[in-house]
Design a protein around this ligand. Sequence first.
Ligand code: G6P
Length: 802
Amino acid sequence: MQTIRLQLRFLLPLIAVVIATAYLVLPLVDGVTLRWFARDLDSRGAVVANALSDSVVEAIRANRPKQLEKLFERALQDERLFAIGLCSPDGQMLVRTPAFPTELNCFDALQISSRRDPRLMLNGGPVHVAMHDVIDQPHPVAVADAASDVASAPPAAGASAADNGVAVAAAAAASEATAQTAPVTVGRLVLLHDLSFIEKRSQDTRRYLVGLIAALGLVMALITMVVAQLSWRGWVLGVRALLRGEGIISPMTGSSSATSVELQPFAADLRERLRDLEDEYRRMQGPEADWSAERLQALLMTQLRGDQVIVVSNREPYIHEHGKDGRIVVKRPASGLVTAVEPVMRACSGTWIAHGSGDADREVVDANDRVAVPPGQDDYQLRRLWLTAEEEQGYYFGFANEGLWPLCHVAHVRPVFRESDWEAYKAVNQRFADAVVAEARSEDPIVLVQDYHFALLPAMVREKLPNATILTFWHIPWPNPESFGICPWRREILQGMLGSTILGFHTRFHCKNFIETVDRFLEARIEHEHSTISFREDETLVEAYPISIEWPADATIASWPSVPEARRIVRERLGLQPDTTLAVGIDRFDYTKGILERLNAVERLLEKHAEWIGRFVFVQVAAPTRSSLEEYKNFQERVERLTLRINERFGRPGYQPVHLLAQHHDSHAVNELLRAADMCIVTSLHDGMNLVSKEFVAARDDEQGVLILSRFAGAAREMTEALIVNPYHVEETADALHRAATMPAAEQRARMASLRATVREFNVFRWAGRMLTDAGRWRLKARVDARVARYRHAGDPDQRGL
Ligand code: G6P
């Protein structure tokens, strides 16, 4: 493609030059040929006139116009001579052949013949007009007879042969009067040459010239193309070869020349400098522009040179399960991690390695346990890993969800650490690390490690792929060192995480907690200014990257039901009055989400503001999660009991203040609820970010609805226009509910518009883009360090080559 473009760059100007030449040259050549032929005709005319001269003089002397006519007719046998006329010295037309135009008199003929272009247009075509004097040389007197031919009047226009006779007699008399002593001009021959043959010749010449110029142009174009092709190919091959470190490639043979070894250092330098320049250029473009899937793709292709992206998470983005009718259905899990990472993966392609947890998962994978997803779009590969029940119990339910989850959330649930769970956690981390290594197509892939299920995996991958760029994102909070210190394997966990190139948390606060934890438990060098930790050979950047959602596309928004429609559908489905004020909470059924606290607040609202009884309804969607764990079972029971109590206390026939929907809702149903609601309640006791708050805002293109948000959710730092509450403070939360329910539409609009602008800008592509940009910068730094080390090694202390 590039070659074709290059050739066109040569060819187009060439074609333009050829056309311009043709335009300039043709009229010139035309003019020259015409003049050429005109001159030729003039000289031919002179010859004819000379040849006729004596006979004409004789005929005039003898006063024989008939003889003149015959003479002229004979002369006309020359195919190019069209007509002949004879003018008297004083400008009278004496004789003319039949084709001679009657409208052409002697004066006009004289005028035309003396022009530069003596052409006259007749009906039959153009003629060339030339005049030649007929000279009577001194000679013995000849006596004219034929007195009958004598006449005194000049011929009028359109004169016949008889008329010619009268005029010739007059000319003869004039001749007689002056004869014998000096040459006398007795008349002027007007020769009209047919020019149509010249036109034809000129056309032939033009055609020939156009052909010639086109042929020349074509030959030149071909030569240019071949030369350009050869030199371009040569350059491309050469530069490519240099960039691959193979030396110069001959454009003719395509093979590496013998000088490649000497050129290798130069090639490596060139390659690195080109990359540095490109990175610099990308950085200059700045982070200001909006982040989108396309921008993320472009970033991957440039700064990260299209390197392979591998995601590792426990939860898979698509779960295949057997439906009630036995058919396989695809489910999207309720997981903030999946909500955020899936759109990024759709943009980046690559491979996502996750636990295959669906009961039909094995039925849809190929021989390598891979399936292309999203179904029907096949944007990336999902590589499933199968866990035994024991592995799942120890690694997932045990260490991850009974140990690390409560440890990091500090939500008043005691973490449980069992040795057997730890062993399973280590083993499963190793299995996933091996899968990453197996999936890697190069020695330096980009590995995106997700969450607390894989704290050990970064160091395990680093061991096998030292040049990999490992970005670990911790989706949950990081506690203070004292809280974390209760984990028996705190050092191992920290060491495992420090195998990452970049370690991301949602907030600076969590980064600070992590750095302090490392400071407390490991011998590591911490650069607070740069937020880096150097442990053993490796350096890790610890940075805050607030996660987000994909902002809905216009087409997606267009497919949603309108807000009034959604309000109607939801209220009808739940059996609510059309004017019911509806509050919604959408969470996994998890003790960190503050569901009990929000129920307490609803109860307090109805106590404090009895006017809401019968008019205010709270719908809690609680997707079942980790239900086999005791803590979760207990929590779910407590929520159910509290719900029952509130409903008993404030419920009326036809009115139930709390609706607890403890089922998985797909994204369509969730969106419908969020659009139908007057407010969304997010009261997490501790949450890394909480994406439901962002989904609520994205769902409200009508700019109505109020967000009540816990100050302990990471989202509270960005979404300051929400009503921020302390969920432990029942009174404050109940007041927030009342305020939301009575908030004027204008205030709702102002708050919502501002929240929407924030979430649209700080979307998930920005989250991934910022991490990947930092990774690119990190890789660049590593390359420069390596280069410096190389020059040092090569004994170039001045580092002139850098
Ligand atoms: C949180 C975690 C995720 C997890 C999700 C759902 O958002 O950070 O890693 O996927 O909860 O939990 P589950 O255990 O069902 O995957």
